[in-house]
Design a protein around this ligand. Structure first.
Ligand code: SAM
Length: 234
């Protein structure tokens, strides 16, 4: 019997170049994008890009057992830009969604003047590649374990979330969780309108979510993560 195997995108469009890691993406016109960045958002991002030039994350890289030392790679990796946003915006609370290894949380911590709360569905000490230690935690740096995609858990965290002035969303990158998180965030009575940074906005599964955002937004990929970094002003 003849069986038809559905072709995969990688068979139809093999990558034209070799790279350690590649992702499928698409470039899209901006004239019909539903949102434009405001001058205020552009200024905030330029200030962070400028500050990133002088940020040294070599002590964070030392926590890695072997290269590549991602925190030192900038642009291309997002760690220095994240630290720079913590430095220039001076947020009293930063909320991260997606702790994983702790690299981005520690990059933020290096320059954060206030508090950081990082969420994950997996406790940091259950992540074999974690660079975090017990000594990193204290009143200004904590992890909360839970799924913010769950409306009940999200509602239980409102007292924390409403104080956030900078949020970094680095979770599943499937586009669905990110859209749900953004919808939930729009219901939060924020004390100050926060800046939301999204990782991986250029990855295929994230394209639709990013495109459909109607709030002021700016694609910062050239100064952030090669897979896409985007800023949204709520
Ligand atoms: C790409 S990793 C984050 C990388 C991290 N920022 C770093 O620097 O190592 C994604 C993380 O998001 C977590 N995650 C997935 N869904 C989540 C959710 N609904 N709420 C919180 N964290 C979630 C995963 O468990 C995973 O640890």
């Amino acid at each position: 019997m003849l069986t038809f195997k559905k072709p995969k995108i990688k068979d139809l469009l093999p990558p034209p170049v070799r790279a350690a890691h590649g992702e499928y993406s698409m470039i899209l016109s901006s004239a019909d994008d539903p949102a434009r960045p405001t001058p205020e958002l552009i200024h905030k991002c330029l200030a962070a890009i400028h500050a990133a030039l002088d940020i040294d994350l070599s002590s964070l890289s030392k926590r890695l057992a072997r290269p590549p030392y991602f925190p030192d790679i900038w642009p291309g990796e997002h760690y220095k830009l994240l630290a720079a946003f913590a430095k220039t915006l001076r947020p009293s609370l930063i909320v991260e969604i997606g702790t994983a290894t702790g690299l981005s949380a520690l990059a933020l911590k290096q320059c954060a003047p206030g508090q950081i709360v990082t969420y994950d569905v997996i406790p940091w000490n259950n992540i074999p590649t974690s660079v975090l230690t017990k000594a990193d935690f204290g009143p200004s740096f904590s992890q909360i374990v839970g799924n913010l995609g769950d409306p009940l858990f999200f509602a239980s965290q409102l007292d924390v979330l409403k104080k956030a002035e900078l949020l970094f969303i680095d979770a599943t990158h499937d586009g669905h969780l990110e859209r749900t998180l953004l919808d939930h965030l729009k219901t939060v009575p924020f004390e100050k309108p926060p800046l939301v940074l999204f990782d991986d906005i250029r990855v295929w599964t994230m394209l639709k979510m990013w495109r459909e955002i109607k709030e002021p937004k700016l694609d910062l990929t050239s100064f952030g993560h090669w897979s896409g970094t985007g800023a949204v002003q709520l």
